[in-house]
Design a protein around this ligand. Structure first.
Ligand SMILES: [Fe+2]
Ligand SMILES: [Fe+2]
Length: 298
């Protein structure tokens, strides 16, 4: 049922991990395995297939990790100095302030923004669910920060304010049909990496860093997309997701850094490298997306 093992042998060319074939396979697996469902009559077969996919996922994560390990190896382990280092990723992190975004803001046509959003929506792993997976068994203070963030994702209990459905409303208004098969591998890889880190407990600290760097870097991108949509006449109610994240994630980022990252490193300095690796893995995935989008759009 699942033919994955040819990709995970160490002697294989691991660059195959960054391909349509592997990333679509991982994306479909993530979609199916995380969906609520009933027990499969062949549950043993499902577990065996899953173990092949876990190997593939593990090879992919380690490949990403190797790519940034040097840069993360000597991050400060003093909690305050670490947060300073982390915050500087906004300006000096991989893919930051990519020329794609001023172009989206000022020049892209509606058709081009629609394509961009379709890629982003298909690769969207759901910040709410990633946070929920990540918070399992975390220390109380950190868990509370993730809970506050999650509650905002949930619209503080109001369905209209939930972030996921807010993005879906824009997708519907622009008549986008995001599907895995039409999505570039770079975008799928980003979602697959986020999902892998959030669901594997041995990458829990990586996930904390990867989610934190989203909060840190989303405001500038969101503001550019919101401005582009406004320029093209998309009504305020439809672009709300981007208008909101341009502002709210500035607060989310400050709170995440102070209440999740700093205490995590204060309790165990070894976590600094894991958090840094997760953040850099996420940013590298983003940088690959922006480069690919520019190549396809320009
Ligand atoms: Fe959000
Ligand atoms: Fe946020």
């Amino acid at each position: 049922m699942v033919s994955v093992l040819q990709f995970v042998r160490p002697e294989d060319d691991r660059r195959k991990l960054l391909s349509d074939e592997v990333q679509q396979q991982l994306a479909r697996w993530n979609r199916d395995r995380l969906a609520p469902r009933f027990p499969d009559p062949d549950w043993l077969g499902v577990i065996r297939d899953d173990s092949g996919m876990m190997e593939l996922q593990g090879s992919f994560l380690e490949y990403l990790r190797e790519g940034i390990a040097d840069r993360a190896a000597d991050v400060p382990t003093d909690p305050g100095a670490f947060v300073d280092w982390f915050e500087q990723l906004e300006s000096n992190g991989p893919g930051q302030h990519d020329p794609l975004f001023p172009w989206i803001e000022r020049e892209a046509s509606l058709e081009q923004i629609r394509w961009y959003l379709c890629q982003e929506a298909a690769g969207e792993a759901g910040f709410d669910d990633l946070t929920a997976f990540t918070q399992v068994k975390l220390p109380t203070r950190i868990k509370l920060e993730l809970a506050r963030n999650y509650w905002d994702e949930m619209g503080r209990g109001n369905a209209k304010g939930m972030h996921g459905p807010m993005l879906n409303r824009l997708v519907a208004a622009l008549e986008l049909e995001p599907v895995i098969e039409d999505t570039v591998w770079e975008s799928l890889a980003l979602a697959n990496a986020m999902t892998a880190m959030a669901t594997r407990r041995d990458y829990a600290w990586h996930s904390l860093g990867a989610l934190g760097v989203i909060e840190l870097t989303a405001p500038a991108r969101s503001a550019a997309v919101a401005a582009g949509l406004k320029r093209l006449g998309v009504p305020a109610r439809d672009r709300l997701y981007f208008d909101l994240h341009a502002v709210l994630d500035v607060k989310h980022s400050a709170a995440w850094n102070a209440e999740a990252l700093e205490p995590a490193v204060a309790c165990d300095p070894c976590r600094a490298v894991a958090i840094a690796e997760g953040a850099l893995m996420r940013l590298e995935c983003g940088a690959r997306c922006f480069e690919r989008y520019r190549r396809d759009l320009w």
